[in-house]
Design a protein around this ligand. Structure first.
Ligand SMILES: Cc1cc2nc3c(=O)[nH]c(=O)nc-3n(C[C@H](O)[C@H](O)[C@H](O)COP(=O)(O)O)c2cc1C
Length: 321
């Protein structure tokens, strides 16, 4: 997908609680062409919430970065898009896909898919407030496939592209991504469609590309595995531990150690899971009182995992011979 003169093929999804600035920078270095902030509340921005502004830190290594905003009042969304804290972002993304009950019950996120006139109004209010590209992240419908009308509403509002997560709001994260509905979106849309859902390896990536999408967005497949972007773009995966270290070092520049020690546990557990760590190691990581101690555990696990992979390769090569 060509946007603002940039070629954007692999996108890191907005991931509340995970897509911090360190993680985004590491994913960008691995080949994510576009990165998104965690979802930012238009109401919280309006009230100058410090917690929300802390989520707007960006890194020079992010190639093309979008701030994702959520809310359902067109004027507030327009104001959020031009909030000074979001000035450093290259694009604005509107969340119309979050299925979380606390978001939907306020009429935000995927709830907007129930009122597509409102959806168009929100998009056009945001579009008219900023000169930057504006995108929308949607699901294929609220409780059934309604993608044709959703695409029309996004276009009417003036969106520059739309990301389609191939599930309804009702489905949450259950079942399989509906690639046919994504293909339907591609065949109808006059704007680029980004495909999202369940891309975790080359096979699922190719399946997503076969729908005709202009780019692919990856969420859970990158948690604990930021090198997935290098793997999918056929680049060498360089020293995994140094990437984890860099993730931590970037965050240490901005956030206090005590807070980070708790915050990073879920990332460390995801990294450990991707190295096939034993339950005992995961148990220790889950309660570790020190980031450096956790990093040492991850380093040991990774060495163990890589040595094991090497010896398995040697055995299978011997067997082949
Ligand atoms: C922990 C978590 C946090 C998420 N946060 C957001 C968010 O802030 N904004 C959003 O639009 N989607 C959010 N999503 C949805 C993802 O961006 C993505 O659409 C979904 O996970 C499907 O893609 P995947 O199968 O590649 O993970 C989140 C998903 C997860 C698992």
């Amino acid at each position: 997908m060509l946007l603002a003169g940039k070629n954007l093929n692999l996108l890191l999804a907005p991931l509340a609680g995970f897509s911090d600035v360190g993680f985004r920078a590491v994913c960008a270095r691995q080949g994510a062409d576009m990165t998104f902030s965690e979802m930012l509340s238009a109401q919280a921005l309006k009230h100058q919430s410090k917690k929300t502004q802390d989520m707007t830190i960006v890194h020079a290594d992010e190639k093309f970065k979008a701030a994702q905003i959520f809310g359902h009042i067109p004027e507030d969304m327009a104001a959020a898009a031009v909030h000074p804290a979001l000035e450093k972002f290259d694009a604005v993304d509107i969340n119309m896909g979050c299925p979380a009950p606390k978001i939907v019950k306020n009429g935000d996120g995927a709830a907007i898919l129930k009122d597509l006139t409102l959806a168009s109004k929100i998009i056009s209010a945001v579009k008219n407030s900023t000169t930057r590209p504006v995108s929308v992240k949607v699901r294929i419908g609220y409780d059934k496939n309604d993608i044709a009308n959703i695409i029309r509403a996004c276009q009417d509002g003036g969106a520059d592209f739309v990301t389609v997560h191939g599930r309804t709001q009702n489905q949450g994260y259950s079942g399989k991504v509906d690639l046919e509905a994504i293909a339907q979106a591609c065949s109808l849309a006059k704007i680029p469609v980004v495909g999202n859902g369940d891309v975790t390896n080359e096979q699922s990536y190719q399946a997503m590309l076969s729908t005709g999408v202009s780019a692919v967005m990856i969420g859970r497949g990158a948690i604990g595995r930021p090198w997935i972007f290098a793997e999918l773009s056929s680049r060498d995966v360089k020293d995994k531990f140094s990437q984890i270290l860099s993730h931590v070092e970037i965050l240490r520049r901005y956030y206090p150690e005590k807070w980070l020690t708790l915050y990073l546990r879920k990332h460390f557990l995801s990294y450990a899971a991707s190295f096939g760590a034993k339950a005992e190691v995961k148990r220790r990581l889950a309660v570790s009182p020190s980031i450096d101690e956790s990093l040492q555990m991850l380093k040991d696990e990774l060495n163990h995992f890589e040595n094991l992979s090497k010896s398995c390769n040697i055995v299978s090569r011997k067997e082949e011979a």
